[in-house]
Design a protein around this ligand. Structure first.
Ligand code: PMP
Length: 396
């Protein structure tokens, strides 16, 4: 065997420089601790993963005829697309199975949208803060950003219009309108209408990323797609069943579907055909609805507990959002305290979270951070907030 001789660095395509991890430590490595209470999670609780039911569904799906083990159906298994279309219709957004493309998680749907629509330098409107996995993709396509602020009712339509007015026009409006990641807030009904009007007026399409919409605590707000058939809609089973399945979907207008199918085929030919049958089997017959009825109270109770502990433990002047569903609360520290600086101190005490700076395309430090409550039982939330409150009061 000869020594390795190739010098790879000069061979990398310029775009390789834009490829980075979804969250990377912008402000250095964190101290270690033997008992970390981790508020970073954005996945279902371990006790909400339907392991036995999935095992059973996967076994049944494996009783396949040999044809299923070939290359076929880049658009996805019809039975699964029918199930997805029926579920979307029930949430007020009727689509046909032909308008649904099964993807390897919604992350792949996002990548296909970027691939089809973005050129280097194109402007993308994002919520401030926004999902770091979306920035990871848009960065690769060398987008530039218009970060539009949000409040408790979601993105600010006045600031959105200002961004849309500027030439050259943005190419996309990327929104997580329901139980937003990371802010936990939802776009109000009035603003939903306003945002759609703006999208039409300026001819800039909306991408609706909706992983948490079905995990509501009080009521289903429905998708934005219910109000506008031009919305490019991304759904997933990652939060309702399990992220490892990598089973999501993109619902898009019919005139774009073949391009999306071809783009998907070029990347991975098709999603796992056996697992698609397993997910259709697992979710069908009303099972997923029953499952959601069981898990919603667990997440709701963790949210309630977290909000109560925040009120007791955090220094005066700390503010936070009140999520009506999903997995996240967004906290703002008082007096311009940096959440990145706090994170270093908190990690030394055994508490971790994602600092607000992870959810913006720039490298500014911010007084905000995300607390994910889905994976933590109440007593861990209490202990974590007690530790965090101590550190925050100490610095403040
Ligand atoms: N979008 C958002 C807003 C998310 O929070 C996530 C998961 N963290 C994804 C997309 C990716 O989900 P999936 O597992 O379906 O690819």
């Amino acid at each position: 065997m000869t020594e390795r001789q190739i010098d790879w660095a000069p061979l990398l395509a310029p775009r390789a420089a834009a490829i980075h991890a979804s969250v990377y430590p912008k402000f250095g490595a964190l101290p270690e601790h033997p008992d970390v209470i981790n508020f970073k999670g954005g996945a279902p609780a371990a006790e909400c993963l339907p392991i036995a039911h999935l095992r059973h569904s996967i076994c049944r799906a494996w009783q396949v005829e040999p044809g299923v083990l070939y290359y076929e159906e880049s658009e996805g298994f019809l039975g699964l697309r029918e199930l997805i279309a029926a579920r979307m219709a029930r949430r007020g957004a009727p689509v046909s199975p032909g308008e649904v493309l099964v993807t390897n998680g919604s992350q792949q749907g996002l990548e296909l949208i970027a691939k089809l629509l973005l050129e280097p330098g194109d402007r993308v409107v994002v919520e401030g803060p926004t999902y770091f996995g979306a920035l990871q993709i848009f960065d690769i396509y060398q987008a530039t950003y218009d970060v539009v602020p949000m409040d408790q009712d979601g993105i600010d339509p006045v600031a959105l219009e200002a961004a849309l007015k500027r030439e050259p026009r943005p190419k996309l409006i990327y929104l997580i309108p329901t139980f937003q990641n990371p802010a936990g807030v939802s776009l109000s009904p009035e603003r939903r209408r306003a945002v759609i009007d703006l999208s039409h007026r300026y001819n800039v399409p909306i991408v609706e990323d909706d992983p948490y919409g079905e995990l509501w605590f009080e009521r289903d707000l429905g998708p934005l797609r219910a109000l506008d058939p031009d919305v490019l809609y991304l759904g997933t089973f990652s939060k309702t069943l399990a992220p490892a399945l990598r089973m999501g979907w993109l619902a898009a207008p019919p005139e774009l579907m073949q391009r999306f199918i071809d783009a998907k085929e070029s990347v991975d030919i098709q999603s796992d055909r056996v697992l698609q049958r397993a997910v259709a089997e697992a979710a069908g017959g009303g099972w997923l609805d029953q499952h959601l009825e069981q898990v919603r109270p667990i997440y709701r109770s963790r949210r309630d507990h977290l909000l109560a502990r925040l009120a007791e433990e955090m220094p005066p002047g700390t503010r936070w959002t009140l999520p009506g569903g999903g997995f996240f609360v967004w906290v703002t520290l008082p007096g311009g305290m940096s959440a990145d600086a706090l994170l270093h101190r908190a990690a030394a005490e055994g508490v971790q979270y994602y600092a607000g700076s992870s959810f913006y395309p720039d490298t500014c430090q911010r007084p905000t951070f995300r607390l994910g409550f889905s994976t933590l039982p109440e007593e861990r939330i209490s202990e974590g907030l007690a530790r965090l409150g101590r550190v925050a009061r100490d610095i403040g």
